[in-house]
Design a protein around this ligand. Structure first.
Ligand code: ZN
Length: 641
């Protein structure tokens, strides 16, 4: 087996003789690696679905891996959400230690939800000059995840080189041999994905991840508008920088001018990448990349503009390590999506784009990810290679309705789109096969998913349940509440739900307007828990909640202060409503999920385990996703000895 120590010795020799530290300095390409630990993730791959299609002979590479190596269910994190589970994967620790408990974390002072994964800290000093605000020193981005990732440890302790591609919760990037950040990378607006939708007709409120621009064509059909970028960092008013956008009727569709580019599109057609340059007051400009989709042609055109990606060739923030790596990748594979969650699931959920257009975008993203994954494997210059494909998760979220005959959206899902979940599993199988073809005889392969899947048939308004049972109190005269508890009377409220699984007490001394005394906590938690256990769906008589976890008991470690007081584990088929996650309280207690986001996994973790495959038999028992850390560490250390 390959000896890492040899490599280090050679590197040291190299450094001594030539005065360079990099191995590459020893003459051309780095020494190829004889044996590697390769960890390949397929987000959301479900063991039951995998087993079904393996048995039907549809996933031959997974079947071969299971036969020649190992296949088991892999316990997920609590709650079973991707950022939580991938953080446990990276650090080998639970949420009490790594600090990621949900997609959203709350500010207890204001009851406001924030993105839990990363945090932008603005520069704190400005010179105010002639109405401009000039930052002194750039702002900072923090990865909120605590604990050390196994790739960092492997580089430091074993001298291995690690290549880590698009693993969730790796933004900003770790300073390692090679990293491209995944979930957590913002768009150029600093959000997790804001798209822009130009329309000539009025649309309903589509939520905060959409910018809807109402436009009016002149008599010739010409539409003159603007495309807004980030706020000018030098202007105190925070006015956005813009580039002109013009739309005109053209043979078969429309001609679109965006900034300096011009593209003609047919209805349903995606453009290639377009680079947009926003001029900051003064000599600098910041660039981003977008793709356009002509959703609908004339006479009532609709144009979709993707979230503005951080330009990998001229990144406004660091998205890769070393910092030139993203640009290098562009040279090798062309421009690619850089945002942490590039799949525009919300635009499909809002039905701003069609199933077919969404799937085409998904195929583009999949092809980009494949290209970078295979390029990294082919380079063969890292003892540890780690990458994740999240497309399995996204397609299953959006097309579970095709698989699930009981789903409210099954009937109107076109027959040609009913088997998309099977399609993405076959794609995963193909990627696995091509990965296995690239492995050397001593390479160890570990394939995992972070959680499985379940149908999402009913949206549960947990905050309404809390209102109905007297734990959350609306202001005098109010019958419902908008997001962030706009109509809640905190002086009489004892509990509230926020995020996908979290339930919090309105604790005195912790929450901004807390009223629950420390000595009332245990009894209140027990009472709410018992109430939720008895909650049944009036339509079917089925229980809604399978288990409620006490945050105090579920989490250990220094970060537990951020944890929910209770974690709600829904039954199969149920999930917190979107309104609940953001602290809104509509009138009904629950309702059929009539949206295309039709599969989910944010329920009782016991119902949604992930998968573990390997081309060797693990020497230790692997119970859950955090144990993969040990498994990987063991393989790396074995290489070293
Ligand atoms: Zn998911």
């Amino acid at each position: 087996m390959f000896q890492l120590r040899d490599l280090r010795r050679r590197a040291a020799l190299c450094a001594a003789v030539l005065g360079v530290v990099a191995l590459a300095g020893c003459g051309g390409d780095p020494e190829p690696v004889d044996s590697r630990v390769v960890v390949l993730g397929f987000d959301g791959m479900d063991p039951v679905l995998a087993r079904r299609w393996m048995d039907e002979g549809k996933l031959p590479n997974f079947s071969r891996l299971a036969e020649e190596g190992h296949f088991q269910e892999l316990g997920t994190s609590n709650p079973p959400q991707s950022p939580v589970a991938w953080s446990s994967f990276a650090t080998g620790k639970g949420p009490g230690e790594h600090g990621i408990f949900d997609f959203l974390r709350r500010n207890p002072e204001t009851y406001t939800p924030n993105f839990s994964i990363s945090e932008n800290i603005p520069p704190d000093r400005f010179i105010k000059l002639f109405g401009l605000q000039v930052p002194l020193g750039s702002g900072e981005v923090l990865n909120r995840r605590q604990g050390e990732a196994f790739w960092v440890k492997a580089e430091r302790d074993e001298g291995a080189r690690a290549s880590v591609l698009r693993i969730p919760v790796t933004y900003p990037p770790d300073d390692i041999h090679r990293m491209l950040s995944g979930m957590g990378v913002p768009d150029l607006l600093g959000t997790q994905g804001t798209y822009t939708y130009y329309t000539t007709t009025r649309l309903g409120d589509a939520g905060s991840s959409t910018r809807t621009v109402r436009v009016r064509p002149d008599r010739q059909g010409r539409i003159e508008s603007e495309f807004e970028g980030p706020p000018d960092p030098l202007l105190e008013s925070g006015e956005p920088m813009t580039v002109p956008l013009v739309l005109e009727p053209a043979e078969g569709g429309a001609l679109v001018q965006l900034g300096d580019d011009e593209v003609s599109l047919e209805p349903g057609e995606w453009s290639d990448w377009i680079r947009v340059a926003f001029d900051v007051t003064g000599p600098v400009s910041v660039t981003g990349t977008v793709r356009l989709l002509l959703v609908q042609g004339y006479p009532s055109p609709r144009l979709y503009v993707s979230p503005i990606q951080i330009d990998p060739e001229n990144p406004a923030v660091e998205i890769a390590s070393p910092s030139g790596y993203a640009a290098e990748l562009v040279e090798d594979i062309g421009l690619f999506h850089t945002i942490g969650m590039p799949e525009e699931t919300w635009s499909l959920n809002e039905e701003h784009i069609s199933d077919a257009a969404w799937l085409e975008m998904e195929k583009t993203i999949l092809a980009e990810r494949e290209a970078m994954w295979f390029e990294t494997l082919d380079k063969n210059d890292s003892e540890l290679v780690v990458g994740a494909f999240v497309q399995t998760d996204r397609v299953t979220h959006m097309f579970y309705r095709g698989l699930d005959e009981q789903h409210p959206r099954h009937a109107d899902t076109a027959p040609e789109h009913r088997d998309e979940v099977e399609w993405i599993y076959r794609e995963a199988d193909r990627i696995l096969g091509e990965t296995m073809d690239r492995l050397g005889p001593d390479d160890r392969l570990i394939v995992i998913s972070d959680h499985g899947f379940a149908p999402f048939r009913k949206a549960v308004h947990l905050n309404r349940w809390l209102v109905d049972n007297g734990y959350l109190v609306l202001e005098e005269g109010a019958t419902e509440s908008d997001v962030i508890f706009s109509n809640v009377d905190w002086s009489r409220s004892r509990a509230y739900a926020l995020g996908l699984n979290g339930l919090f007490l309105n604790l005195a001394g912790r929450e901004g307007q807390g009223i629950v005394a420390a000595d009332e906590v245990e009894a209140l938690k027990a009472e709410i828990s018992a109430g939720l256990a008895e909650w049944t769906d009036p339509e079917s008589g089925e229980p809604v909640v399978r288990r409620v976890f006490d945050g105090e008991a579920a989490y250990r470690g220094p970060e537990r202060g951020d944890a929910p007081d209770m974690v709600v584990g829904y039954h199969r088929g149920y999930r917190a409503s979107w309104q609940t996650t953001l602290g809104a309280i509509p009138k009904p207690l629950m309702e059929p999920n009539r949206q295309k986001w039709s599969g989910d996994h944010c329920i009782d973790p016991a119902l949604v385990p992930g998968v573990l495959f390997s081309n060797f038999t693990p020497e230790v028992e692997i119970g859950g996703i955090r144990d993969v850390w040990q498994l990987t560490r063991r393989q790396i250390r074995e290489d070293e000895s």
